[in-house]
Write a protein that binds this ligand. Structure first.
Ligand code: PLP
Length: 450
């Protein structure tokens, strides 16, 4: 029987353990079961439509209906649904690697995985083994930014440590050296210039102190999203890249959430003029349709893994679905679609529209800070200088936002007290307008309840 014909009760829905979800509340909440897509909307089993206001966790580009990316996947599935990269190559993975290396200037080889977290794990293993293969085994520690987020696997949680999420898992995690994130809001600085100077000074001290023991510095490229929608000030990332070079510490850039257009640039590190040694992409790489991620390295890194077999210099990493031809075909069609639709220009126009609407939020007495770039905006809500956690009706603020948004026909996923505007990259004006309007209505409701 087709799912739409089922009358899904709460009990029926109760088989799946959802991510980052208190499952007791999930059952109470009567959450929705999505059965099909319609443009930038998702349609539930009762026929109700929800605008995809979270870009399906920041990855969706073209919406949820048939398009050239989907067709490319269907075509590939008909040719060969999967073939492993262990011992074989496959045509889409070669073509995609070639295409990615044209886009990501300065990079030399592409390693495939199937999600952002594992792309990060690979990057960390590569950095460690690079130094090992060079005879510098002592360089095995990592540096990362406060408020960074790099995924949910062990290495990724270590470098992207968010206390509230990962406290319990600490016994599993690596010790990582932290450097400050350039977030002006809530800092003791009144301007970005002084803040950046202070961050860079701290960063340089850390690099200097640990240069003989550190393999790499890991950071998100352009902005930290999960850690609070923190946009790097102009020139900051470039200067961090220079410090890494000066102290011979590899720079790993995480473009999993920011690459492929979120901040307005397909390759963010080029816009930031900060050449990494290793860079990761995921999420929007396939338009958000297939779990595929990549870790790209420079020639310097790759060459350190070459040698006679008995020297055992090769990289011991590989997943069953590494370089999945269907995912690679999706990514190739997606990249072609970016060009055919001049998506970066469309993102620019949408970003300008979104920015033009943000002053309507800043008028609110509970809006403490708005941070934005491209198609990302974070709106920080506070009362008496404290983050709003609970509302007068005793509801947790993020539950309230999600629940009310669904009632208004939009799917949202805020970061606690930070409202997030993070639409599908190819969204049209009318849908974007709806998304902004609904967030404004929600803000008014929260004002009354806080
Ligand atoms: C910057 C960043 N890196 C890594 C990841 C992990 O990606 P995935 O969820 O595909 O494992 C995310 C996910 O949100 C992310 O935002």
């Amino acid at each position: 029987m087709h799912l739409t014909e089922l009358n899904l009760t709460n009990a029926d829905k109760d088989f799946v353990w959802h991510p980052y979800t208190q499952m007791r509340d999930w059952v109470k909440w009567n959450n929705k079961v999505i059965v099909k897509g319609d443009g930038f909307y998702l349609v539930d089993s009762e026929g109700r439509k929800y605008l995809d206001g979270s870009a399906s966790m920041w990855c969706n580009v073209w919406g949820h209906t048939q398009n050239k990316v989907v067709q490319a996947m269907i075509d590939q599935l008909k040719k060969v649904p999967h073939s492993t990269l262990f011992g074989f190559a496959n045509a889409p993975s070669i073509e995609l690697a070639e295409r990615l290396l044209e886009l990501a200037r300065g990079m030399h080889k592409v390693f495939y995985t199937d999600n952002g977290s594992t792309a990060i794990e690979v990057a960390m293993k590569m950095a460690l083994q690079y130094w090992y293969n060079k005879g510098k085994e002592k360089k095995k520690e990592f540096i990362s930014l406060d408020h960074g987020y790099h995924g949910d696997t062990i290495g990724a949680m270590s470098v992207g440590y968010i206390e509230n999420f990962f406290r319990v898992y600490r016994p599993l995690l690596l010790n990582v050296h932290r450097i400050p994130s350039p977030l002006l809001y809530g800092s003791r600085f009144t301007n970005e210039r002084d803040l950046v100077e202070w961050c860079l000074e701290k960063t340089e001290n850390t690099l200097k102190r640990h240069k003989d023991r550190c393999a790499a510095l890991m950071m998100e490229s352009g902005a930290q999203i999960a850690g609070g929608a923190i946009i790097y000030p102009t020139g900051y990332q470039k200067k961090v890249a220079r410090l890494c070079r000066d102290y011979d510490i590899l720079l790993i850039l995480d473009e999993i959430a920011t690459g492929f257009g979120r901040l307005g640039n397909v390759v963010e590190y080029l816009a930031q003029r900060s050449q990494p040694d290793i860079v990761c992409f995921g999420k929007a790489l396939t338009g958000g349709y297939f779990p595929l991620a990549v870790t790209l390295v420079t020639r310097r890194i790759f060459d350190a893994f070459l040698g006679k077999y008995r020297y055992n210099k090769h990289l011991y990493h590989g997943h069953t679905f590494t370089g999945h031809p269907t995912g690679c075909a999706a990514a190739l069609a997606n990249i072609e679609n970016y060009q055919n639709h001049d998506l970066t220009q469309q993102i620019k126009v949408s970003a300008e529209y979104m920015a033009s609407r943000l002053p309507e939020f800043s008028k609110s007495p509970i809006v403490a800070d708005i941070r934005y770039k491209g198609l990302l905006a974070g709106i920080e809500l506070t009362k008496n200088n404290k983050p709003i956690v609970f509302l007068k009706n005793k509801e947790i603020i993020n539950y309230f936002i999600m629940r009310q948004a669904l009632m208004m026909g939009v799917h949202l996923r805020p970061l606690g007290n930070i409202m997030l505007l993070i639409p599908p990259l190819g969204i049209g004006k009318r849908d974007l307008e709806k998304l902004v309007n609904v967030q404004l209505k929600l803000l008014r409701k929260i004002e009354k309840l806080s």
